[in-house]
Design a protein around this ligand. Structure first.
Ligand code: TRP
Length: 357
């Protein structure tokens, strides 16, 4: 779990389904930028997983991979410190997926709440491919191939990480003969190969989108498929237009003009992004009492978001002009990641008595 400099390893990743948005930033990305000084960081671009729902759009997936690599760099991930790599170029991940799939009962997959939510939100019905159910197993392999200590993610990924913990315990018990009563933290000390990874949630576990709530009254999370996002690469006009059309408390338009803070994206965004906490607290009070208009609060939010996003956008424009550099970051990162993952695979096969020469 440690490298030569004695830094603990972390691993996380993104499925390339478009550019990254503010939900990614506060759910995980900003955390990664902070962690890269103190940890040995591996960031995986899950391009194989992208095929589970977009197998008919290889060009889009290709473009999304490039976009995510650029978003990483623009957000401040430094390839001198962190390893950015491509899932499809790590054969050990595919091999481990097959072995790990034996350690997960099929009904267990169907109980995974993230899988259920995705089937609902993406309107997959019963039309999803077999590979869609396989992808959480693949994600377990993404993680365990690197034997990290922590996995920083947004809240929606927690069920997948729980599976990684279950598979690691089971593998260690079956093939490394670790006693099933062992505490999670002690598995490696007792001879296990895979750590029981810890989840690290971002500061906002689940950022809401800019649209209206669903039929149950709850706001949706910010998501590409729901078209309720603000991208890290949106220009200032787009940010302005998205914030101006953002959902707020609809009751305010009626007679009382008093507004509710709860369940209101305008205030969730101010709380999450506005560094001027004093203004936010005062304005919330005035909003509750009908003393400040939506437009004023939205204009403030536009200023805050533009100040956050513009520097990233500027850096992105520079990187877009240098595709050779982007390619070299991916190539070098993937080469380094492969050394570690291939070593894990050898150790796993050894534990499973599948080395013959
Ligand atoms: N499923 C994650 C997402 O869609 C991406 C991902 C793939 C991942 N493999 C991972 C995240 C391993 C953390 C660890 O956001």
């Amino acid at each position: 779990m440690k490298n030569q400099q004695n830094k603990l390893r972390i691993l996380t990743g993104d499925t390339p389904t478009g550019r990254l948005h503010l939900g990614h930033l506060v759910g995980s990305l900003e955390n990664r930028v902070l962690m890269q000084n103190d940890y040995d960081c591996y960031f995986l671009i899950a391009n194989v997983h992208a095929f589970t729902t977009r197998m008919d759009k290889p060009d889009d997936i290709h473009q999304s991979v490039i976009d995510i690599a650029i978003d990483y760099l623009a957000a401040g991930i430094d390839p001198q410190k962190s390893t950015i790599f491509l899932q499809s170029e790590i054969p050990a991940i595919a091999e481990l997926t097959f072995f790990f799939s034996m350690l997960i009962p099929y009904p267990r997959l169907m109980r995974n709440p993230t899988i259920k939510d995705e089937i609902r939100d993406k309107g997959l019905g019963d039309n999803y491919p077999f590979g869609f159910l396989l992808y959480p197993v693949g994600q377990v392999a993404d993680i365990l191939a690197f034997r990290p200590a922590f996995v920083p993610v947004g809240e929606d990924q927690v069920p997948h990480l729980e599976m990684a913990r279950e598979v690691a315990r089971r593998f260690n018990q079956l093939y490394c003969h670790v006693d099933p009563h062992t505490e999670d933290a002690d598995y490696l000390k007792k001879g296990g190969l895979f750590p029981i990874i810890e989840v690290k949630l971002g500061r906002s576990h689940r950022l809401v989108g800019i649209g209206a709530p669903g039929p149950d009254g709850n706001l949706y999370k910010m998501s590409k498929s729901l078209n309720n996002y603000i991208l890290l690469s949106d220009d200032s006009d787009t940010v302005q237009q998205k914030v101006m059309s953002m959902y707020t408390d609809p009751k305010r338009l009626k007679s009382t003009y008093k507004g509710s803070i709860e369940n209101n994206p305008l205030w969730i965004f101010h709380e999450t992004f506005n560094p001027d906490k004093i203004w936010v607290e005062e304005a919330k009070e005035r909003y509750r009492n009908g003393m400040i208009g939506d437009v004023e609060c939205k204009k403030r939010l536009i200023e805050v978001l533009v100040a956050l996003i513009q520097p990233m956008r500027q850096r992105r424009l520079q990187y877009e002009k240098d595709m050779n550099y982007i390619q070299s970051v991916l190539k070098e990162g993937t080469a380094k990641a492969n050394v570690l993952a291939a070593h894990t695979l050898i150790l796993a096969k050894e534990a499973m008595k599948q080395r013959y020469y």
